[in-house]
Each structure stands twice: as structure tokens, then as C-alpha cells.
Design a protein around this ligand. Structure first.
Ligand code: PMP
Length: 313
């Protein structure tokens, strides 16, 4: 259990961070959020938050789409996050969940003339997908939310019912994850992860116009593949049957990190085991997020001033 939350402008014990059943966002899904990971580096006794700035830049963009006024800048939100983690004193990997939402206790579905609030908590966190080295996925019978109905590029709380439908039907049918198609039948993304495949030595991933969340891990992978492996990423729409014949495929996201897909329904991907490109990307990714590659150290925000967490307030 976390011990603290940032709630209504201050740090409070987690038990005090409570909302009413009348809260607008609880009734109508009128909020947006982020999912951020912090990684413990044992050798340095340091906790690094990964791409903190980019997460809050995206949160500001989500808020613009939802007409939520965030009273904090990217820098202020980053500082609040570091402060929360210091208070928690985590010496293990953690997940941070900031939320911006319509807080009024009123009936009436809308975005305007409402009061906005910001809240945040953090929890220790391990794997999101157990089978990171070889996930078995299905093509969901649900379609991804469309930009003209519910914009996927904003991380909107209410939109996650779409992800929940896809995930639950996949898991209850025995799969690890679902791939969700756009209305035109092209691959959009996983229930909470972006999708990549390897074809003819290149990475291929759906473009931002395929109703995806513009993932920060997606961006990280594109950069690492280019810089460290000399592999180019093509952003284009992907047919369903391309997955049946690609060499490798994987999901990536803050939660799932980089997870190889080795089977899609009743077909193996490649030879049915994790391939060389995904293996190398996973190695790089885990080194980068723990601050072990100097070149990418600017993506890692240290939480503790000196080595080691104090665990004190
Ligand atoms: N798509 C969806 C729907 C997600 O919820 C997430 C997780 N935030 C992602 C993609 C991956 O985004 P990121 O790499 O920024 O975590």
C-alpha cells in the first residue's frame, strides 16, 4: 500500500485522498491520467523516474483535449512526483499514477463549467504482463475507439473501458493480451501497449493516425533501434495478416515495458520463440531505464539527493 497521496494541493496520508460517489469523473469518466515508472538502481542506491518530462507534456496535451486546466507546469508536476517518491522512500521499482479530473459533485455530462482537480499516488510495481519473453495474443473482436468519438491520443479515464473490454475478453479466453483493430481493420495497438513488428530488417509500427496513444515507450524504442542497432522504424498502417508472416513482434508501454509476442491465436510468430531484435531491444531498454547507459541518462530523473533512499519524510 502507498502511504501518501498528493490531493487537493497537498501531500496527505493515502487514507485521506477520497472522492465522493457524486464526483463528475467517477460518473462520466471525465479525467485523464498518466502511468509513469520509476526504476531502482541497486549499485547506485538510486531511484530513477523514466522520461518524467515527456509524461507530463503528454498529460498537458490530454488536458487540452478535455478542457482541464492543470494549475501546474511540467516542471512543477515533475518536482511533485519526485517529492512523493521521496516521501514513500521506495527502494524498489514503482509506478506513479497522476490524475487530472472534473471534480464537481453535480449531475450533467459536459466538459465546460466544471472544477478541475489533480491527484497522484505511487505504488511498488513489478511486471504488468507476466509473459514478457513470449506473450500469446489474440485479435480482439472489439474495435479501438476512433478519434472522432473518443480521441485515443489523450489518455482519458473513460476511454479505458475500451481497453478493459479487450483485455478481459483476451485474458478470459486464455491469451495474455489483445491486439485491437481500427474501424478500418488495421492494427491499432494492444489494450494498453503500442505494437511493433519486424519485417525485412525494419521495425514497423502503426502511425499516430491509427487511433493509438502516442506512447513514450514507442518513442524510446524508435530511438534505441535507430541509435544503438541501426534499425529504421517505418510508421504505416498494418494489415492483420502481416502479423502472421512477420519475423518478430512485440508490445511496448510503461506498464508492459517490452514484451515479445511469440504466438497470435493459432499461429506462431517467427519460429514461435523470442527473436534477436526483441531480445536486444529488451536488454537496451532495461539498461536505459535504470540509468546504466550514459547517453540516455537525461531520460532518468534521480529521486534521492544522495545515494540511497532515506525512507523518511
Ligand atoms: N496505448 C495505450 C492505450 C496505453 O494505455 C499505453 C500505456 N500508457 C500505451 C499505449 C503505451 O504508452 P506509454 O509507452 O507512454 O506508456
Amino acid at each position: 500500500m502507498p502511504r501518501y497521496a498528493f490531493f487537493k494541493g497537498q501531500f496527505v496520508p493515502i487514507e485521506e485522498a477520497r472522492v465522493s460517489i457524486m464526483t463528475h469523473a467517477f460518473n462520466y469518466g471525465t479525467g485523464c491520467f498518466e502511468g509513469i515508472r520509476a526504476y531502482w538502481n541497486e549499485e547506485e542506491g538510486q531511484l530513477f523516474v523514466f522520461r518524467l518530462r515527456e509524461h507530463y507534456e503528454r498529460m498537458h496535451r490530454s488536458c487540452r483535449i478535455l478542457r482541464i486546466h492543470l494549475p501546474y507546469s511540467v516542471e512543477e508536476l515533475s518536482a511533485l512526483t519526485v517529492e512523493l517518491l521521496r516521501r514513500e522512500g521506495f527502494r524498489q521499482d514503482a509506478y506513479i499514477r497522476p490524475l487530472a479530473y472534473k471534480a464537481d459533485e453535480v449531475i450533467g455530462v459536459r466538459l465546460h463549467d466544471l472544477t478541475d482537480e489533480f491527484a497522484m499516488f505511487a505504488v511498488p510495481f513489478g511486471r504488468y504482463i507476466e509473459q514478457e519473453e513470449g506473450a500469446h495474443v489474440c485479435i480482439s473482436s472489439w474495435r479501438r475507439v476512433d478519434d472522432n468519438a473518443t480521441p485515443a491520443r489523450a489518455k482519458i479515464t473513460g476511454a479505458y473501458i475500451n481497453s478493459a473490454f479487450a483485455k478481459t475478453d483476451a485474458v478470459l479466453s486464455g491469451y495474455d493480451e489483445a491486439l485491437v483493430l481500427t474501424d478500418t481493420g488495421h492494427i491499432s495497438e494492444g489494450s494498453a501497449e503500442n505494437f511493433f513488428m519486424v519485417r525485412q530488417g525494419c521495425l514497423v509500427t502503426p502511425p499516430v493516425t491509427s487511433n493509438i496513444l502516442e506512447g513514450i515507450t514507442r518513442d524510446t524504442i524508435i530511438e534505441l533501434a535507430r541509435q544503438e542497432m541501426g534499425i529504421k522504424t517505418i510508421q504505416r498502417s498494418i494489415d492483420r495478416s502481416e502479423i502472421y508472416i512477420c519475423d518478430e513482434a512485440f508490445l511496448c508501454g510503461t506498464g508492459c515495458q517490452v514484451a515479445a509476442i511469440t504466438r497470435i491465436e493459432h499461429r506462431p510468430i517467427g519460429n514461435g520463440t523470442i527473436g534477436p531484435v526483441v531480445t536486444r531491444l529488451r536488454e537496451l531498454y532495461f539498461d536505459v531505464v535504470r540509468g546504466k547507459l550514459p547517453r540516455y541518462r537525461h531520460w532518468c530523473t534521480p529521486v534521492y539527493e544522495q545515494s540511497g533512499g532515506t525512507g523518511q519524510e
